[in-house]
Design a protein around this ligand. Structure first.
Ligand SMILES: C[S@@+](CC[C@H](N)C(=O)[O-])C[C@H]1O[C@@H](n2cnc3c(N)ncnc32)[C@H](O)[C@@H]1O
Length: 220
């Protein structure tokens, strides 16, 4: 087995990382607090705090103007990305829950970025299939139901502009990707990771960020 050079992330080191990242702005911070207060059973679905500045960084680094998010929940990652978009940039947010995304709508309005976010309440596969088939997406964030990750990927890849970036969350699925008998979601992520690694249309790296994050860039 290869020897890891990764430093284990202790609670102290994690705090240290957060303290050396750009702080969450007050609306993002309030959204974290409100999600944990009102939805304690689901709050674990929210992207990790350090992913907000990372996603914003990637939006600015790529100069993205057209973003698609698959899996919005209470709107945390969508808000972080929308704030990094130029004023005429657009983010299509896909989710099935009116209840959870209502928190997002409120926060997006409070942050003044609601005009940049087009929330589509429907199964995300339907929303993706209704989009133009030609390349037009600069950045996609994949963070919804795990059994559909491969179908989402297959809808997204041909729609990505050359150099466009797909960011896929939870690619460790809490470590279960190395299990011999994983849960259905864990098995779906195992298959997704193999599928992505074999896709010659994309240049891909898997990062040890939070629950595992894959970055994939459209070639050509
Ligand atoms: C992990 S959460 C997203 C977290 C969000 N990115 C954030 O940072 O707060 C997954 C979301 O996917 C949504 N979802 C599950 N199945 C879906 C489907 N078939 N189509 C669209 N959204 C779906 C759920 O309603 C849930 O809000």
């Amino acid at each position: 087995m290869a020897e890891s050079k990764s430093t284990p992330i202790t609670a102290e080191l994690y705090d240290y990382v957060l303290r050396h990242n750009p702080p969450l702005d007050p609306v993002l911070r309030e959204l974290v607090e409100v999600t944990h207060r009102d939805l304690p059973g689901q709050a674990g679905m929210q992207s990790a705090e350090e992913q907000a500045p990372l996603l914003a960084f990637l939006v600015r680094l790529t100069g993205a103007r057209h973003i698609v998010e698959v899996g919005t929940f209470t709107g945390f990652s969508a808000l972080a990305m929308a704030q990094a978009l130029p004023a005429d940039g657009r983010l299509i947010a896909c989710d099935v829950s009116e209840e959870w995304t209502a928190y997002g709508r409120k926060a997006w309005a409070k942050a003044g970025v609601e005009a940049r976010i087009d929330l589509r309440i429907a199964p995300a596969l339907d929303t993706l299939r209704a989009m133009p088939a030609e390349p037009h997406i600069d950045l996609a964030y994949l963070d919804a139901d795990k059994p559909n990750y491969i179908p989402y990927w297959e809808e997204l890849v041909p729609r990505m502009n050359p150099g466009g970036l797909i960011v896929a969350d939870n690619v460790f699925y809490h470590g279960s990707v190395t299990a011999s008998a994983p849960s259905a979601a864990g098995a779906a992520i195992q298959e997704f990771n193999d599928h992505v690694a074999a896709d010659v249309r994309m240049e891909t790296v898997m990062l040890t960020v939070a629950d595992g994050l894959t970055l994939a860039r459209r070639l050509g």
